[in-house]
Design a protein around this ligand. Structure first.
Ligand SMILES: [Zn+2]
Length: 63
C-alpha cells in the first residue's frame, strides 16, 4: 500500500499516512497534530520499488 506525505495548511506540520484507497473530498486526511482537514498531499518522495527490467520493443524504422 502506498504511503503518501501530507502537509497541514493550518499548523504546517508534515506527516506521512498510509492511504488504502483514493482520497476523496468527503473524507479528507485529518491532521494528526491539530485535527484540521486542510491537508494537502505532497509529491511522493517515498522510495519506490524498482521493478525488474522488462523487455521493451524498439521500433526503429528501417530504410
Ligand atoms: Zn495541523
Amino acid at each position: 500500500m502506498p504511503i503518501y506525505e501530507f502537509r497541514c495548511a493550518k499548523c504546517k506540520t508534515t506527516f506521512d499516512k498510509l492511504v488504502r484507497e483514493e482520497i476523496k473530498p468527503q473524507n479528507p486526511v485529518i491532521c494528526p497534530n491539530c485535527g484540521s482537514k486542510r491537508t494537502r498531499r505532497l509529491v511522493s518522495r517515498v522510495s519506490s520499488y524498482r521493478s525488474g527490467s522488462s523487455g521493451g520493443g524498439d521500433c526503429a524504422p528501417s530504410g
